[in-house]
Design a protein around this ligand. Structure first.
Ligand code: URP
Ligand code: ZN
Ligand code: ZN
Length: 488
């Protein structure tokens, strides 16, 4: 029997479908044995009383990314990945953002150059597409997919990022043809602009009015439209950061009808609400994100949709802008809500919040937690050949959780490059105390052991929807449209 590099003994192991007592053997960065009497090892970690879980995969975060208004996030690939690792993650999928006029190859070169020397954990990118020219659709997108970037995000709002319905169809059709997933920021741009103008004209400029300016219907209308477009050509989409029950219901119904629609929500819609935006001295700006925080009733509804499986993905949407002139207040000390940088930090707190409020309070099972932490995104985003479960042959990416650890969340204890956390003062039970990336311990005793650049780019698989139901619209179906072949 070969000598192992690392053995984790006496722990309770959980995957998304099973929980069992077992030892785990690791060799050359890979899980090679699960069971008892698995042989000698260079190093042994005793995980008695601890939970041995797959490392988290954070699949929606903005790191070292310029926003469409030109503001750089406060985290680069070092601080962002370190903060993710301390929060129990071993892989991140941030965005590589195309701004209009940019070539996708240049965009990817830029983000590879940012991530490679700095990330302490493994990473991939989703590509943001804001300029879907013919060349982008016909040549650049297929190249990008070939390079292992198999998901794109498109925006139905933000004047400098928005794509129209026809452009969305082109992007979705290219994604279908080449095996990629389209992620959608679904909000109706016209409703947001119309409401914002009315509010500003009426001198309602404080941060709390940001919530009013993004009506719930703006979200549900856009989700409905995105679902209609994607089901027309029968291609998978994922609606990101859903904040309303109305939006979630459209996703649930589309899934019930057999369309390939996935849904994501985020901690801010479960743990925060719009009253947080009504704080003195512009502090409400710290809570401005899009879609905005909703009311307390919505929090409960979003929880329910997470419990019942309407949302398969739970991500932080970490979009870190400091409470100063480099971030939230880049347009002055008292900007109208329309000029406050949008986004909340949360890459380190995503999993501890869900573990504490979900697993410890018995709202979700430990296995459901694992599904939301890692397994579901590994499957949806084409990473499951490497990551997302504790299985022989997969990367030894493991987080050892102490379910009894008690912590109070404080900005000063977190490892991002932020000057606040929206979760300040919240008490949590359970924390990932040891984090292992491809067999190397990277967090232990509250210390980082990994070096800059230890993370590797992960080439993701093409998105394969074999086995998922779906049906092309009859107008596109050769057998039902008088034998016409529509080329898309
Ligand atoms: O307010 C947010 N969510 N900012 C980040 C950008 C995005 O749309 O996800
Ligand atoms: Zn978004
Ligand atoms: Zn985002």
């Amino acid at each position: 029997m070969q000598k192992l590099d690392l053995k984790i003994i006496n722990g309770t192991v959980a995957n998304s479908t099973e929980t069992f007592r077992s030892d785990i053997g690791i060799k050359d960065g890979v899980i090679v044995a699960i069971g008892k009497e698995i042989g000698d090892s260079e190093r042994i970690i005793d995980a008695k009383g601890q939970l041995v879980l797959p490392g988290g995969i954070e699949a929606h975060c903005h790191i070292e990314q310029e926003s469409s208004s030109g503001i750089m996030t406060s985290d680069d690939y070092y601080s962002g990945s370190v903060s993710a690792a301390f929060g129990g993650n071993t892989c991140i999928i941030p965005f590589a953002a195309q701004h209009r006029g940019q070539n996708l190859h240049d965009v990817l070169d830029l983000y590879h150059g940012r991530a490679e020397p700095k990330s302490v954990i493994d990473y991939s990118f989703h590509l943001i597409i804001s300029d879907p020219t013919e060349n982008v659709i016909k040549n650049e997108l297929p190249d990008v997919i070939e390079q292992g970037i198999t998901s794109f995000k498109v925006y139905m709002t933000y004047d400098k990022l928005i794509v129209n319905d026809e452009q969305m169809l082109e992007i979705m059709a290219a994604a279908k043809k080449h095996g990629a997933l389209t992620m959608i920021h679904a909000e109706n741009n016209a409703m947001i602009n119309w409401m914002s103008e009315k509010l500003i004209k009426g001198d309602h400029k404080e941060p709390k009015f940001h919530a009013l300016s993004h009506p719930r219907t703006a979200e549900s209308e856009a989700i409905n439209r995105a679902v209609a477009l994607s089901s027309f050509i029968d291609t998978p989409i994922l609606i990101v950061h859903v904040s309303t029950e109305a939006g979630a219901r459209i996703i649930a119904e589309a899934r019930y009808d057999g369309h390939k629609v996935f849904g994501e929500t985020c901690p801010q819609y479960m743990f925060l609400n719009s009253s947080d935006m009504d704080l003195p001295e512009m502090q409400g700006a710290q809570f401005c994100c899009s879609p905005p925080l909703r009311d307390r009733a919505s929090q409960e509804e979003i929880w329910r949709c997470l419990q019942n499986g309407t949302f398969q993905v739970y991500s932080s949407d970490h979009a870190p802008y400091r409470f100063d002139e480099t971030g939230k207040l880049h347009a002055g000390k008292k900007p109208p809500f329309t000029k406050i940088a949008n986004g909340l930090p949360g890459i380190e707190t995503r999993l501890p919040l869900l573990f504490s409020e979900g697993v410890m309070k018995k709202r979700i099972s430990l296995n459901h937690f694992v599904a939301l932490a890692a397994t579901n995104v590994s499957k949806i985003y084409g990473l499951d050949h490497r990551k997302g479960s504790i299985t022989e042959g997969k990367d030894a990416d493991i987080a050892i959780w102490n379910p009894e650890a008690k912590r109070v969340i404080k900005a000063e204890d977190l490892h991002d490059n932020m000057d606040f956390t929206p979760y300040e003062g919240m008490e949590v039970r359970g924390w990932p105390e040891i984090v292992i990336q491809r067999g190397e311990v990277i967090i232990e005793d509250n210390k980082l052991i990994a070096e800059r650049g230890d993370g590797e780019f992960i080439h993701r698989k093409r998105i394969d929807c074999t086995g998922m139901p779906g049906r092309l619209a009859p107008e596109l179906d050769h057998n039902k449209n008088f034998g016409v072949d529509i080329d898309f």
